[in-house]
Ligand binder design. Structure first.
Ligand SMILES: [Zn+2]
Length: 230
């Protein structure tokens, strides 16, 4: 297999509503680029006095979040190379605080997963975990408005009986999922505006889910290569 000649030179965030697949798309792309992917919620969870649960969708105090992430970037060896981050920045205040960091630690560009709420909602409600094989599945099928997202069902576990041994996350209820999407929607525009204003935002709509991962990566590489930085 030929190695990609692309090298990530800027710190990139992956933006998108909860349930849009930031981690699912981000991980293989970061792996291909051989850069670390940082997850804001993991950094916060690991931070000492974290009574913090970002997964709940509640927005934790912006200054605390921002300072934990900055601390992590300063301590970890990861900051010496460009990185991908998932879950930061989430608010305009976080951006304002981030802009006081040294430029090499800031997030420079953003890849936005342009996934409508109805898709995210269906996919979050469809998430299943199999207690027998530890597999992660998704029972939701979305074939609307150009999307072609079949359910993700087991192909290897013969003990898996759909919806018998499967559980959902406790917070994947219709009401909580709606609330998470609403909170995200309220905070999204100033963030995408911040990156878009200098052409530092690429929108990508993965109509075919993970089947679009190569297209997503290649579009992002081409776009990043074409960007001019001072
Ligand atoms: Zn199973």
């Amino acid at each position: 297999m030929s190695r990609t000649s692309f090298r990530l030179l800027r710190n990139i965030t992956i933006l998108g509503p909860p349930g849009s697949g930031k981690g699912s798309y981000g991980r293989p792309i970061a792996k291909k680029w051989q850069v670390p992917i940082l997850t804001a919620s993991t950094i916060l969870r690991n931070a000492a006095h974290a009574e913090i649960d970002l997964d709940s969708g509640r927005l934790v105090d912006c200054e605390i979040v921002t300072s934990y992430i900055f601390e992590y970037l300063c301590q970890s060896s990861m900051h010496k190379q460009p990185f991908m981050i998932d879950g930061f920045p989430r608010t305009l205040l976080q951006i304002q605080l981030m802009r006081e960091w040294p430029i090499e630690k800031q997030v420079h560009v953003a890849l936005q997963l342009d996934v409508p709420d109805f898709v995210c909602e269906a996919k979050m409600l469809g998430r299943r975990h199999c207690e027998l094989c530890n597999g992660q599945f998704n029972t939701a099928a979305v074939y609307r408005q150009g999307f072609n997202l079949p359910p993700q069902m087991p192909d290897s576990c013969d003990r898996c009986i759909p919806d018998r041994n499967w559980t959902s996350r406790l917070d994947d209820t219709p009401a909580i999922v709606k609330e998470r999407l609403q909170i995200h929607g309220e905070h999204q525009k100033p963030i995408t505006d911040y990156f878009a204003i200098n052409g530092r935002l690429l929108k990508f709509r993965p109509y075919n889910g993970m089947q679009d991962i190569h297209k997503m990566r290649e579009s992002t590489e081409q776009w990043l290569t074409s960007l001019k930085f001072d």
